[in-house]
Unconditional design. Sequence first.
Length: 308
Amino acid sequence: MDLKRLKHVIALAQRGSFAQAAEMVHLSQPAFSRSIQSLEEELQVELFTRGQRRITLTPYGKLVVERGQRMLAEAKSLQRDVKRMRAHEFGEIALGFGPIPAAALLEPMLTRVTRDHPSIRTHIEITHWRHLLKLLEMDDLDFFIADVRELLSSERLAIDLMPEFRIGLYCRRSHPALKAQPIGPGDVLAYSIGSFKFPDVSLAEFTQSLEFEGDPRTLFSVQCDNMQVLERVALNSDLLVVGPRLAFREAVEGERLVELELTSPLKMTTHMGVVRMRDRMVAPGAELLISMAMELASGEAGDASPAA
């Protein structure tokens, strides 16, 4: 239904005069009369009783005016919310994270958006990229950030790559392995190792780096996609944890965790990226969060791999 014609009906109901109502909406009286008549013809009812002194609403007219006022108010509210959304002041964004980007980026992102854009509501999923992809395909996520090496060949996805960060082995300051550095692969395998769930290609790289020839499933004492849990276990045990420095930023900067020096350093890096559906428009609030993630990742570029 044409909202302009509803405005004209409401104006006529308020003024009770074609001349005054036409002046109110800045139309000539003939054009205004045609607008009212065209809506009556569309609805196949009379909206007004045309008296000699004043125009009054019929029962149909009263219904149209009542509903029309609500429709116009909702349309105005919609325009206002779209404007606010474009200004990143409003909206509901669902985003997902793999374990490493969750540990490195999630807290500063949420801190910034909550502080600077409190009207944006966020819903967070932290899990393996395979599950995040299913949620994205079902339109339950606006985007996610995770390891993208097994996703790059998909034509349905739009992927923005992030800087690559070197992966190392970290342990508590009083760990016995630190007494004789650098240590070789055999010495590393003498200790318990904790890690997030490696993508298959990363698992092959890691086992090769440590010259491990057994069943890869037996290599790790702890596998957990919550990097903060891995960090806390490493701080209170002899567990060696695998990950990039930025995933353990505070513990490393506070010198509670230190990187283990190896005779043959791990030649592994992160492969994070922002993943969206190529044929789906991203809401302005999601664009804002993506730009924040890229900015935060770029700010850590000093720890990025030279080959990135």
